[in-house]
Design a protein around this ligand. Sequence first.
Ligand SMILES: [Zn+2]
Length: 476
Amino acid sequence: MTLVVAVPDGYGAERRYALDVVLSEWLGLDWRLVHHAGPGVRITLADDTSDPAGCVTLPDGLFATAEDDWLTPTALPPADVPWVPVGTTFEGPLRADDRLPVLHGAPAADPPSRLVTADDGVHLHVDVLGGVFFLITRYEELLDAPRDRYDRFPAAASVAERAGFHGLPLADAYVELLWAALQRAWPRLTRTPSSYQVLITHDVDDPLATLGRTPALTARQLAADLVHRRDPGLAARRARAVLTVRRGDHGPDVNNTFDFLMDVSERHGLRSAFYFLSHNEVRAGAPPCHVLGHPWVRDLVGHVHRRGHEVGLHAGFGTYRDPERTRSELTALRAIADEQGVRQEVWGGRQHYLQWGGPVTWRNWEAAGLDYDCTLGWADRIGFRTGTCREYPVFDLEERKPLRLRERPFQVMDVTLAGYLGLTPDAAMDAVLAVARECRRFQGTLGVLWHNDEVLRTGREKRWYADLVAAVTAAG
Ligand SMILES: [Zn+2]
C-alpha cells in the first residue's frame, strides 16, 4: 500500500526530508511525492478502490513561508501559540480532550476548535509536517537567538518554553495525530511497531579525581568535601585515594564509579554508552590535562567494551564548530579503542557542555565519520529539545540537504536536576518520571546522561541513581 502525497511547489528537499522521517522512518509506510496546485497537502492511497476514495488533508504552514522569509523570525510560530483539542476519539495515546499547541498552519487569532475533523475525508488543522521539521532541525536555533555564556541556546529562549510544551514530545504527538487520520481513512494500513526504551549515557569528563591535580588543588577539594559538601566520609575516601595512587592503584578514586554504573545498567538489561573526553580543564587557566593519555583511562576504554558497553566520543570544549578538532579527537579515541580491542559497528557521542552550533556541528560529525550524535537535550531544563523521543537522521538547514548522521534521544542530564533547576532528590525523581511517562506514552526512548563524577560521589547519591534506573525501567 503506497500513499500518494500531493504537495504544493517549493521547499522540495525540506518537504521530502520531513516525509521521509515521518512516513518512512517512524511509521514505516511506503509513499511517493507528487505536486499539485494546492492549497495544502493532500494524501491519497495509490490504487484505492473504495468509494468514495479516502483522503487526508493538512494545511501548509512552515513550507508556505516566502523564500525571503526562510530562516527569519517571520517563519517562527506566532507569539501566542494556540492550544487546540484533538476533538476526535482515536486509538493510540491521544485522547479527544488532549490539547496540542499549533505551531504552524492555523491563524493564532482564529484557531480551529479542534485538530481533526472528518467529512468527505479526514482533515487535520495543524501543519504536522512543518511542525516536525521545525522541531527536529532545531530551526529556531539558527536564527539570531540569545546564547548563554557557553554559546548555548537556552531553553528559556525556545518556542517550547514560551508556549509551555518542553515536557511534551510534540513532534511525536503530531505524528500520532497523522497516523490516527491515516488509519481512519484506510483501516488496513499498518505501521512499524515501536516500544519504550531507556538509553543511558555517561560523559567521562574527569575519570579520576587525582588526574592533573597538584597537591594544593587536592587540598582544596578536601576542604570543599568538608565545608561545602559536609561529607567527612568523602574527604576520607579522597585522602585514601591520593595515597593509593602513589602505588599505582586507582581503585579507591572517588570518581571511579564505572563498575557501579555498569552494574546498575546490567541489572536492568541496559547497555550504557561511555563518551570519552580527550582533554579536560581541571584548573582554570592551566593547560588542559590529557585525560586519554593516562594508561588507567586507556584501560578503562577496553574495560567498558569487555563488559559489553559502548565506547563513544565526548568532543572537547569549543570543538562544536571545529571540523579539524572533531576529526582529530575521534581519530585519537579510535586509536586507543583499536589498541584495546574495541570493535563497534556504530560510533557516536556528545559535545562537552552540550555545545551545539546548528547544522555545522552535525556536518562536522558526519565528515569525521561519526554515525550519531546525542547532544540535543537542554542544559537548563529537562524535556524534549528536538520534540521527539525517537532517533532520526538529521537535516542540514544551511546546505538544504539530509545528512546520514542520526540524532539519538536525550532529555535528562544529572547536573540539570540539582544544579540548574535546584530540585530536591524527591522532586528530581518526580521530574524524571514525568519525562519517562511521556516517552512511554509515545513508545519512544528516554535518554539519560549521568556523569561518573558529578552526582555520584556519596552513598546516598548512588542509591538515588540506582533507584532512578530501577524506576524508569520498571514495567509500566
Ligand atoms: Zn562533558
